[in-house]
Design a protein around this ligand. Sequence first.
Ligand SMILES: [Zn+2]
Length: 294
Amino acid sequence: MTSTPSGSFEACDLCGATDFKPVAQQGGFWIYRCRNCDLIQVRPLPAETKEVNQDYWHVDLDNPSTRVSRWGSRCVYLHGLRRMEKWTGAAIRGKRLLDVGCGMGLFLEIAQEEGAVPHGLDLTPEAVEMTRRLCKIDTVTQGYFETCDVPPNSFDVVTGWGVLHHTRSPSQWLAQAYNLLVPGGTLLVKMPNVAFTAAVSKLSPVLRRLHLPTSHYLASRPPLNLYGFTCRTLTGLLEKASFEVLAVESAHIRGNAGFLGGLTTAATVLATALTLGKINFSPVILGIARKSKK
Ligand SMILES: [Zn+2]
């Protein structure tokens, strides 16, 4: 590792502290753990560029692996929806739903099939065009969620599948979600679990020797990923944004993860059990929360 950057940089997004411990360096960026609340974050934040957003969009629809990927995500979305129904006690039928970072629109398509009124938002024009074309859903707009021109109390459900760890400030993103939800509205967010990705990245030399896949500390290299969440820090961020946390738990892994996916799930269930459930090592986690009814 080269020496850490000197001078001051952005405070912790969760607790506002500025006392950080360096935990990894990747692609010229430093990844820190806040000594006060344990949130993992890239500091200083990289400059904002259009190229970073474009990194999401090297999608070739004629490539069979894209179709397999879409199919693989389907069970992740359906599992999340069923968990949301369990925790809120209500289906999404008839509800106005906003999916932030809607990508290729697969979740919006499922939400529509389930009877919700789907709306999408994405940073990139390619995503908006693809959702309109592939899913025949026109209620999709391009823009930044944190500054989008949508009146408060507009949606019954807001979802962010694999979005929060890319944002520059998860706190601001969650505050906007709270603002756009109706009282009693539901939020669902899903993201990689840094308890898993950091552990796998530390085991990389051993895993490489065994010809097994490894992981970056934050699942993907900065500047694409800027934060790493555990169940505990995600709970803290949801509470900071005034949400009532209904559940922070393991999400489903992709349906095309195969034998290795099954093996990984079994290993993480065992690792979690060895900590008596204090640390959840699931590769991906899901947060379900509610805006107060008042
Ligand atoms: Zn902190």
